[in-house]
Design a binder for this molecule. Structure first.
Ligand code: AOF
Ligand code: ZN
Length: 357
């Protein structure tokens, strides 16, 4: 029970850096002696000291004889930005280390635990393991696969429509669900939409309903013919708008976009798709994008779902029934989904699905 209480606090501390540490993990740590909390720390931003180092530095000489809690196995490798945590823990006289998850980073992967035990420190692992894995699902995916964790997010009516009329935007969900989407945007490295969505809805794809930071906004514009007056081409942070297009498009237009600060990337085609999804995901991995949120429209949802290139599906259901209009998913797909969580947001329902494995 004590272990779980302190581990939950580590998760809370870790979450303070949501959206700021990618592609590294969210990590919180704390020191306890004789039932008293001595210090706390968390990994604040990419490249900054690790959570364990923060907690140890804050406690100073008081670290000796403490238990150290941390949601992730302490690191032991040296080919990286910050010094390894294991020698620091050993040198501080920590008596026992309690963790949630092993670090799947191939450079660590049990090595940290081994070295702590070799130094005579007791290690308890697996506390609230599932919650820990969910907290760091982006990191765990990226560090082993080197492509982003992909979530398809759909807002639809009870009969599965995303608009009541082709070519026109219809408001589907209420403010609570919209706020929740902004929370998602704050936690994902990048969001992606198709060109029709940009042309019809003219979305900003930024974070404005909560305090947070903007994700990278990717638009798939295969033929590079979107009007340049769209909001995403005229934002305050144009370097965060990335246009993915096919090869040999209008060079003058590319130059215009680049001159405004927008980034343009040309991709090889892949069979029926003008831009291959596999190429996109590989490229994003190379850019250290660990998480990707697919925001629409129907063609783009269908592409990722039918190619089985996704990890999670989020459906916001509004209590509306259009009986006409555009269906979110245009083709059947094979992947078996299992419901993961259900939440009521105002009048809407948010259901998260993961793949059955
Ligand atoms: C973090 N924060 O609190 C812990 C991490 O480049 P570095 O030096 O920041 O090291 C990143 C690796 O360290 C990361 O991939 C993970 O394996 C390990 N643990 N990382 O960013 C932390 N504890
Ligand atoms: Zn570390």
């Amino acid at each position: 029970m004590e272990h779980e209480k302190y581990m939950r606090r580590c998760f809370e501390l870790a979450r303070r850096a949501t959206g700021l540490v990618s592609p590294n993990p969210l990590v919180g740590s704390l020191l306890v002696k004789d039932g008293n909390l001595i210090s706390e720390g968390w990994h604040r931003e990419f490249g900054s000291p690790h959570a364990e180092a923060e907690a140890l530095n804050q406690a100073g000489a008081e670290s000796a004889g403490c238990d150290l809690y941390c949601n992730l196995e302490p690191c032991s490798h040296t080919n990286k930005k910050t010094p390894p945590c294991v020698p620091h823990i050993i040198g501080s006289g920590i008596k026992r280390v309690v963790i949630s998850n092993r670090d799947p980073n191939p450079d660590v992967n049990g090595e940290g635990i081994l070295k702590l035990r070799e130094a005579g420190i007791e290690v308890i692992e697996g506390i609230l393991e599932d919650e820990g894995r969910e907290l760091n699902k982006f990191f765990f995916h990226f560090i082993t696969k080197r492509t982003p964790y992909v979530t398809v997010k759909i807002a639809q009516t009870l009969d599965g429509k995303i608009t009541s009329c082709e070519g026109k935007q219809t408001r589907i969900t209420g403010v609570d669900a919209l706020r929740d989407v902004h929370k998602l945007r704050n936690s994902y490295d990048a969001v992606l939409v198709g060109s029709k969505t940009v042309s019809i809805d003219d979305p900003q794809l930024n974070v404005r309903r909560i305090n947070g930071r903007n994700p990278i906004r990717i638009v798939l514009d295969c033929e590079l013919n979107l009007p340049l007056d769209r909001k995403i081409f005229n934002s305050r942070d144009p370097e965060k708008t990335w246009v993915f297009t096919g090869k040999n498009n209008d060079a003058e237009r590319i130059e215009k976009l680049k001159a405004s600060g927008v980034r343009v990337f040309e991709f090889d085609s892949d069979g029926a798709n003008c831009i291959g999804i596999c190429h996109i995901l590989k490229f994003l991995g190379e850019q250290n994008i660990a998480s990707l949120l697919i925001e629409g429209g129907a063609g783009t949802f269908t592409k990722f779902l039918s190619a089985n290139q996704f990890d999670e599906l989020i459906v916001y259901h509004a209590p509306l029934f259009f009986a006409r209009g555009v269906t979110a998913i245009l083709e059947p797909f094979e992947t078996v989904l299992k419901p993961w969580s259900v939440r009521i947001l105002g009048k809407d329902t948010k259901t998260v699905f993961k793949k059955e494995n």
